[in-house]
Design a protein. Structure first.
Length: 304
């Protein structure tokens, strides 16, 4: 087995130079040949081939399965096959045969190198198309839709305090005034409560239903008449009696009006004064009349 590793290395190093020229010469007195390989670039390789080496076959490379190349991958450099060169020490025919065998070896190595470079250039030339194809696939791939935005959570508005209806407020005030009338209440306390209740009611009475406004004012007028009658009785003044007897609010209470109409004047007392005295003596009837009117407001008719 002959080892031509130096020849292979030289051929690989100058495969792209443009060609190689082998030449074999024998020397007198020596058994063998001087192998000279001249490259187109001017480089040369001298190799002495003995007669014994020429008689041996060249070693063949082992065949190995080429591993699968991953994309884009680099082309696998083909391993050059050694060419058997059998050199005979005698005769010009043997010399020419050695030259041709060495030439075939160089050409085979150069062809393998060119094939390797050509395959690499082909793959590199296809690389832009492959990259553009991948870019097109990425551009064509639909993007997943964005999730819908979460609905905005609107906090519920704070509860609004709804004031009670005006009529309900009025009736409650009148009932409180009515409940303040006790046997122990004084004229001044009663008069103050009546004045305060009238002021509270007058502020909201215009918001009450129209049919209820007149009955509300009648209740207030009855209490005002009761305050005047109580005051006239306490001072025992005829002018006060006469003013009470002539007050038109006496007609608001049927029972009190009946008593006033039944009163007759006497010597030194006019009929108006007698009527006033009769009204002042009817305070409980006035309060009962006011309570009836409040109860009627508390249970208004369907039209209210």
């Amino acid at each position: 087995m002959s080892d031509f590793a130096d020849v292979e290395q030289f051929a690989r190093a100058h495969a792209a130079c443009g060609g190689m020229t082998p030449n074999a010469m024998s020397r007198p007195g020596r058994e063998g040949y001087l192998l000279t390989i001249t490259c187109a670039c001017g480089a040369t390789l001298d190799r002495w081939v003995t007669a014994d080496e020429a008689s041996r076959p060249l070693p063949r490379p082992s065949q190995r399965a080429a591993p699968a190349a991953a994309w884009p991958g680099h082309p696998v450099s083909p391993r050059p096959q050694r060419i058997e060169v059998i050199l005979q020490p005698a005769g010009r025919a043997s010399r020419g045969r050695a030259v041709w065998l060495v030439l075939l070896l160089v050409v085979g190595l150069g062809g393998a190198t060119v094939a390797y470079l050509t395959g690499m250039l082909d793959q590199l030339s296809d690389l832009p198309d492959q990259l553009s194809g991948l870019a097109g696939q990425r551009a064509a791939a639909p993007r997943p839709p964005l999730p819908p935005p979460a609905p905005a959570v609107v906090p519920p508005p704070p509860p609004v305090a709804v004031p009670p209806p005006a009529l309900e407020t009025i009736v409650r005030s009148l009932r409180e005034l009515q409940s303040s009338i006790t046997p122990s209440v004084s004229l001044n306390d009663y008069a103050s409560r009546v004045a305060a209740t009238r002021a509270d009611v007058e502020r909201v009475v215009t918001s009450a239903p129209e049919p209820a406004r007149a009955p509300v004012r009648e209740v207030l007028d009855v209490h005002r008449l009761a305050v005047s009658a109580w005051r006239a009785r306490s001072v025992n003044d005829k002018s006060e009696w006469e003013r009470i007897g002539q007050d038109p609010d006496v007609n608001l209470c049927v029972s009190v009006k009946r008593v006033a109409d039944a009163a007759a004047g006497s010597r030194g007392v006019s009929r108006a004064q007698a009527r006033g005295a009769a009204v002042a003596a009817s305070l409980p009837q006035l309060w009962a009349c006011a309570a009836e009117k409040v109860a009627a407001l508390d249970r208004p008719p369907a039209g209210l």
